[in-house]
Write a protein that binds this ligand. Structure first.
Ligand code: ATP
Length: 451
């Protein structure tokens, strides 16, 4: 059973230190959240799983970490200045503001009034001033997607790695959108993170690669513990495609508030590289690009055998870290009825995503012999480098188990008085709640094998 209500997840997140409302002490800010001590671990683990599958486990992808501040020309030639807008509707009665496509039956979702303005375009990009004088002449955008900075680094990466087609550039980082109606917890926010791959291919091989990436991305979400039955793969309708896209497939997930986009996989054609290159007329560019007289760099890639230059097509799997976090949390969250009639909340996260990998618990907090052994074991397991191991010295074993079930710790290791005699410990499994005795000199192997 997954979470029935978003409120259950929101409450768990706050209670256990996964996610807090930003600047709550001053009333908070809509659509902005902070990740707490356990949230940052889970989020990093999710990003690491993506990075490993893209950059380490394959041989055709390089990584990048580019700047957030973006030159206005980048977002001009990318088409964002012109088209990155949502039609906006105001309710004249209650003054609420909504995206036109979020309004049903011409009624204000807040007060039900039909006294609405006509939809008007609203640009979603945040601007900020560069330098000491705020006279409007020198500004940058906070990037609305990480992708554009990958395209502008295309030549740098090709030159420094000697890559040939097909190959990709992967990046994880913040993106900012001034969403009109941020809502549904971390699902739609104004500051979020994306995990984006721009995969460059020969024109003509793009459709095949697009399908390969759709399959790979669905399989990756399953490996993160997202049940396939909760995913729906949809072809975005032609009239809803972004200006750069020839075809987009959305991976939709059954979030607590409904079926919505988790990741989009777009065939961006030669639009982006063709938009940012100099001397556009020297190349065969199929996409409808804006004429560019500002770029000083040729962005094509050379086929060294035929000595020809190609503007590659781009396949882009683009996933939201925060939406991914919400999906894996929702999948893992369970309230179980126990044999004794009580209930327990458990996060059955895949262990590679768990914020804490193991808790080492001395049975009595003020027994120095037990505590010393626990400190030693914590250090030993921590040094293996699989993630955070904690020493839980609260002195109440039942409470510790409950807390660690609730935050998804795969194993609790208890040091008790027998340990001092026979050098063995009790290991409790989160999901089955089974306990077994394991010798201390086997515990490192057990830990590695079971994570
Ligand atoms: P939506 O239609 O839901 O606004 P989008 O199609 O505009 O999303 P993309 O531009 O394709 O989104 O961005 C790629 C991914 O980035 C999305 O699949 C989503 O996971 C994430 N994302 C986009 N906007 C937001 C947001 N405001 N808050 C959190 N994640 C977001």
């Amino acid at each position: 059973m997954t979470a029935k209500k978003m409120e259950e997840l929101v409450s768990l997140c706050k209670r256990r230190g996964f996610i807090y409302q930003t600047n709550e002490l001053y009333g908070g800010m809509q659509g902005v959240y902070d990740y707490g001590p356990l949230g940052v671990e889970l989020k990093n683990n999710l990003k690491q799983a993506w990075w490993s599958s893209m950059v380490y486990e394959r041989d055709d992808i390089e990584g990048l970490d580019s700047s957030i501040l973006t030159h206005p020309n980048v977002l001009r030639y990318s088409g964002h200045e012109e088209t990155f807008t949502d039609p906006l509707v105001d309710c004249k009665d209650c003054k609420s503001r909504f995206r036109a496509d979020h309004i049903d039956n011409n009624k204000c979702p807040s007060c039900g009034s039909e006294n609405l303005t006509d939809p008007r375009p609203f640009n979603l990009m945040f601007k900020t001033t560069i330098g000491p004088v705020d006279d409007g002449s020198s500004f940058a955008y906070l990037r609305p997607e990480t992708a554009q900075q990958i395209f502008t680094n295309f030549k740098n990466v090709v030159d420094s790695t000697s890559r040939t087609l097909p190959f990709g550039i992967a990046q994880i980082g913040k993106a900012f959108r001034n969403e009109i109606t941020p809502r549904n917890f971390i699902f739609r926010v104004r500051e979020f993170e994306q995990m984006e791959l721009e995969f460059f291919v020969e024109p003509g091989s793009d459709e095949e690669w697009h399908q390969k990436w759709v399959d790979e991305r669905v399989s990756w979400w399953e490996r993160q513990g997202v049940d396939k039955s909760k995913l729906e793969i949809i072809d975005v309708d032609k009239e809803d495609l972004s200006h750069y896209s020839k075809k987009t497939v959305d991976i939709m997930y059954e979030f607590p508030h409904g079926l919505e986009e988790l990741e989009g996989i777009a065939n961006r054609t030669d639009f982006d590289i063709g938009s940012h290159t100099k001397n556009q007329k020297d190349f065969e560019i199929n996409a409808d690009v804006i004429k560019n007289d500002d770029s000083v760099t040729k962005l094509a890639i050379q086929d060294k055998i035929n000595n020809t230059w190609t503007i590659p097509y781009v396949i882009e799997p683009s996933a939201g870290v925060d939406r991914g976090f919400l999906a894996v949390l929702n999948e893992a969250y369970k309230v179980e009825k126990l044999e004794n009639g009580k209930e327990r909340t458990v996060l059955s996260l895949k262990s590679h995503l768990s914020p804490i990998k193991a808790a080492v618990i001395p049975l009595k907090r003020n027994n120095q012999d037990l505590v010393n052994k626990a400190v030693e074991l914590k250090k030993q397991l921590q040094s293996i480098g699989l993630g955070r191991v904690v020493l839980d010295n609260a002195g109440n074993i039942g409470k510790s188990y409950r807390r660690h079930d609730e935050v998804g710790t795969p194993m609790c290791i208890t040091i008790d008085f027998e340990t001092l005699d026979d050098n063995s410990v009790t290991v409790r499994d989160r999901d089955s709640m089974e306990q077994k005795r394991i010798k201390l000199d086997e515990i490192s192997n057990f830990f590695v094998k079971n994570l």
